[in-house]
Design a protein around this ligand. Structure first.
Ligand code: MN
Length: 268
């Protein structure tokens, strides 16, 4: 028996449901697994760091819980694949916290800008406005309310924090990102809702040297746009036309939250 709905009754949602049921739509998980060894940002002294994930076992089918297992979660807000809310940065301090992000802005078209070749040659590669404009000339304008996803190939290092952070003997991290001018332009002149990366943070490893320091944080979060980090599997997405769903926990007062990020893609 067919599980699909009659074609004449299709709405936008039923078309999507038919695609999911019939195999025409694939779902990809863009989320890094959360474990105590998930790579995390390491701020230099004197700045305190957030804690890594710990699952504190409270019961495990034993005298503490004969029929159940459960854990407490201990983790920093900015851990693994996570969403930065405007309130995370000084430029957005009066903006929304992570519980206040409108859900309609957490779902939208994903567009992939692939700079993995450039990053393979130079881990300090920076995205410039000209790169995005060249992409737009070929693929069309950045989508209103969409998510620009920067494919760098960096997810290949997600199993190993040392490789993922790529920190030199002077404490400088060499990971790709976005120039200050491009960050300002993306924040102020494009209609995207958010910006996603495969690296540990939305700024380049050397972002502290820029003007302003950490310009993606400064400009995007200061302009009510969002960031999402530590994405994987961007290579499975088409250049545009995927449906991205970004789901941080609604932590009241939170500046960020680990998030599950999935992509719906039309099967080729
Ligand atoms: Mn963050």
């Amino acid at each position: 028996m067919s599980t699909t709905l009659p074609v004449q009754n299709q709405t936008a949602i039923s078309a999507l449901l038919n695609g999911l049921a019939g195999g025409g739509v694939e779902v990809h998980d863009l989320t890094a697994p959360l474990s105590p060894t998930t790579p995390a940002l390491r701020l230099p002294a004197p700045f305190p760091n957030l804690i890594d994930l710990e699952l504190e076992n409270i019961a495990q089918f034993d005298e503490r819980g004969p029929m159940w297992a459960h854990n407490n979660i201990h983790v920093g807000e900015h851990y693994g694949t996570h969403v930065d809310a405007p309130s995370h940065w000084i430029s957005g301090r009066d903006g929304h916290d992570v519980s206040q992000l409108p859900v309609e802005r957490l779902i939208g078209e994903g567009v992939v800008l692939d700079v993995s070749e450039q990053v393979a040659a130079d881990p300090d590669f920076l995205l410039e406005k000209e790169h995005v404009q060249a992409w737009e000339a070929e693929h069309g304008a950045l989508p209103k309310g969409g998510w620009l996803l920067l494919r760098t190939g960096w997810d290949q290092y997600g199993h190993d924090e040392a490789q993922f952070l790529n920190t030199d003997e002077n404490g400088t991290s060499h990971t790709p990102g976005v120039s200050a001018a491009c960050a300002k332009w993306l924040a102020e002149e494009t209609p995207i809702a958010g910006f996603g990366v495969e690296t540990v943070g939305i700024d380049a490893g050397r972002g502290f040297e820029f003007d302003p320091p950490f310009p993606v944080h400064y400009h995007l979060l200061g302009n009510d746009k969002y960031g999402v980090t530590s994405l994987k599997n961007l290579a499975l997405l088409p250049t545009r036309g995927s449906l991205i769903v970004v789901l941080p926990l609604p932590l009241v007062g939170g500046t960020a939250s680990p998030a599950r990020v999935i992509a719906l893609v039309t099967r080729a």
